[in-house]
Design a protein around this ligand. Structure first.
Ligand SMILES: *Cc1c(COP(=O)(O)O)cnc(C)c1O
Length: 360
């Protein structure tokens, strides 16, 4: 077997240790004579998987005991709509910090349900930085403040946690959840599509303060109401059971390597190494994001010409490094280095970058 270094932005690389366990348990999960795919979601065995996944997530992130943890389908994109549908109404305002393409999508869905105040934006600068706290214009009566902690497409990441002035803080953490320690109690609501840092596509993790949950509107379709999923413990409809099981395996891996302290340490090494190579290339590689706002998950950079960039992507692929092409709205190269991307992957890439520069 020849596994590549997978720098894809999502779905993304998963820890080989988690995949190995999945492989070993695939045909016969714990002696039950069937796979997790085939198991009833009403069985004790599935319930054990669900509860263990929740317990592991709680342990790793330090989620307060009373917070709700949900696993829902529909991707993070579904949450763009479900959040305002549940919490925003026509006569009320929600604050949104606009830091990239995913923020924009969240904003356009919110506008269907109520008033949106853009509390900060880097759109005019092509999303090359994260607005500072003193640049935010929060409204006095917002029902919540929404942010995107890591901007997967533009390669920026909040270097600080905004102070929402007492309002509920909602965060789309799809592309950096579990990449660093956080204080969950500061957030009213966290959501993350699993396919960047914690599992396969098809499930979204939701972490919710019960006081905020209590503020949801009534009269919603059952399937689109958080109250339903809280009451039914993410078992109102048939859950994406296998994907939740994969999240469990990824969380077990995080636990085994030493938790978020170790994850954060490895991510810091990768980030410093990669941007170090960019900054020490004499302008051959140019980071597209202001240094104070650079993402530790998705590093975006440009080379001298599109031809060179194409050549870079092609030759890297031939050398066993895939998924490096930038998003079409930014161009260039994007190096996604989520939790499961080993330090050795960045070492190899940095070597390749130096070699490529010499030859071109
Ligand atoms: C990938 C991504 C999304 C979209 O996730 P889906 O699961 O495809 O809906 C939303 N927000 C951020 C920050 C992302 O990286």
């Amino acid at each position: 077997m020849n596994r590549v270094f997978n720098f894809s932005p999502g779905p993304a690389t998963l820890p080989i240790e988690a995949l190995e366990v999945a492989k070993n348990e695939f045909l016969d999960y714990k002696g039950l004579g069937m796979s997790v795919f085939e198991m009833s979601h009403r069985s004790k065995d599935y319930e054990a998987i669900l509860e263990e996944t929740k317990a592991l997530l709680k342990k790793q992130l330090g989620i307060p005991d009373n917070y709700h943890i949900l696993f829902l389908g529909g991707g993070a994109s579904m949450q763009f709509a479900m959040i305002p549908m549940n919490f925003l109404s026509a006569d009320r305002t929600a604050d949104y910090i606009n830091t990239g393409a995913w923020s924009q999508k969240a904003i356009s869905e919110a506008k269907l349900f109520g008033k949106v105040n853009i509390a900060g934006s880097s759109e005019e600068a092509k999303f090359t930085f994260i607005p500072a706290q003193n640049e935010l214009k929060l409204s006095s009566d917002a029902v919540y403040v929404h942010m995107t902690s890591n901007n997967t497409i533009f390669g920026s990441q909040f270097p600080y946690w905004p102070d929402p002035h007492g309002k509920p803080l909602i965060c789309d953490m799809s592309s950096d959840i579990l990449s660093r320690k956080i204080d969950v109690s500061k957030f009213a609501f966290i959501y993350a599509g699993a396919q960047k840092n914690i599992g396969p596509a098809g499930v979204t993790v939701i972490i919710m303060n019960p006081d905020f949950a209590a503020k949801q509107k009534s009269g919603l379709p059952k399937i689109l109401s958080y109250a339903t999923h809280i009451k039914e413990n993410s078992l109102y409809n048939t859950p994406p059971a296998y994907n939740i099981y994969m999240i469990k395996l990824v969380l077990q891996w995080v636990d085994q390597i030493g938790g978020l302290a170790e994850v954060e340490k490895r991510n810091r090494i990768k980030k410093d190494m990669l941007y170090g190579a960019v900054d020490n290339s004499g302008g051959y590689y140019r980071g597209t994001v202001r240094p104070d706002s650079r993402s530790g998950m998705n590093a975006t950079m440009r080379l001298g010409s599109e031809e060179l960039e194409e050549k870079f992507v092609k030759e890297a692929k031939a050398a066993g490094m895939i998924g490096l092409k930038g998003h079409r709205s930014v161009g260039g190269i994007r190096v996604s280095m989520y939790n499961a991307l080993p330090v050795a992957g960045i070492e190899k890439l940095v070597e390749f970058m130096a070699d490529f520069k010499k030859k071109n």
